[in-house]
Write a protein that binds this ligand. Structure first.
Ligand code: GUN
Length: 310
């Protein structure tokens, strides 16, 4: 039987509709809207294209959006001073510095300079620590792992008690999703194994997974015979494997052999159109949440109040 496709495109729309509703309620209640600044240093075409999409989505959500495009030769001190300005700007609830930054700038220093309460990427060490503690300590979930968790929840995948295998130990995806799904609480409570380049029996571990999350950055790494029949497969890989001669666009391939894997898995995410669209949606969710927390209103309160007025 062919697997159910978990569409990131469809879920992205669902989440952005929720964000738009939250913005409308906030505006009605406080006259304010969430504010996001996207800082882009230099002219990398890939970064420009990501930032364009983030700005477009923020504007669609009704956010106050500042696009701060800076020259590649800006000094580290100047960039730090700009971030400090946004830290102190009450109209800004989310600060995003598109990575990577040019080599003469220390990326770790830049991430640490962002106010953790405006760090909507959740890359600051304070937010990484909050994630480790879990529960009430968490302010923002990192966007790609948060998107993966939403894909599991919204597709009705049982996470509690499931055997989860995460392939790849990056700071942005592998490590945080492993921690999130192992926490005690809703949308978690899984038994998680984190496998990596030094793992002895990669296929053996993958075959045990009820939920297989692959974020290795190696096209076609996971073979169909590594997948347990009926498992949920989340492919985070976005690998550029060539250029389409007709459209001039990059040909993208995931870390899983999708065509064969979909005949074995119970549910699977495609590439493109899977995890990718979820990351920006969760960035918008984090920015709304930051504004709600700063203004002292919760999403639930806003919705409850709206219900009371009906
Ligand atoms: N560069 C690639 N992905 C990301 C991301 O999620 N956030 C930021 N700030 N930079 C990136």
């Amino acid at each position: 039987m062919t697997a159910q496709i978990i569409s990131g495109k469809e879920l992205r729309k669902e989440i952005l509709d929720e964000v738009k509703l939250g913005v409308a309620e906030m505006k009605k209640k406080t006259g304010r809207v969430p504010g996001l600044v996207t800082i882009l240093v230099g002219e990398s075409p890939a970064s420009q294209s990501y930032v364009r999409l983030k700005i477009k989505t923020a504007l669609e959500c009704g956010f106050h959006e500042i696009q701060d495009t800076l020259p590649a030769n800006i000094s580290e001190a100047e960039l730090l001073a700009r971030i400090e300005g946004y830290n102190n700007d009450p109209a800004i609830h989310g600060i995003l510095v598109q990575l990577p930054v040019p080599k003469h700038i220390d990326e770790k220093k830049i991430i640490k300079a962002i106010d953790p309460d405006k760090d909507v990427d959740a890359f600051h060490p304070v937010n990484v620590g909050r994630l480790m503690i879990g529960g009430d300590a968490v302010r923002f979930l990192p966007c790609t792992p948060a998107g993966i968790q939403q894909m599991l929840l919204r597709s009705g995948t049982e996470i509690c008690g499931a055997e989860v295998v995460v392939v790849g130990r990056s700071n942005i995806v592998g490590k945080p999703i492993a921690v999130m799904l192992a926490q005690k609480g809703e949308g978690a409570n899984a038994t998680v194994t984190l496998v990596h380049t030094a793992t002895r029996d990669l296929p053996g571990h993958c075959r045990r997974a009820d939920i297989l999350i692959v974020a290795a950055g190696v096209p076609g790494l996971v073979k169909p015979e590594w997948i347990k029949p009926g498992a949920t497969v989340i492919d985070v890989g976005v690998n550029r494997v060539g250029i389409n001669s007709k459209t001039g666009k990059a040909i993208l391939r995931g870390d899983v052999d999708f065509e064969k894997a979909k005949e074995i898995a119970g549910k699977i995410t495609p590439v493109p159109g899977g995890v990718g669209p979820m990351t920006i949606a969760m960035l918008m969710k984090n920015t709304l949440l930051s504004a709600q927390l700063t203004l002292g209103i919760t999403g639930d309160q806003v919705l409850d109040d709206a219900d009371e007025k009906k």
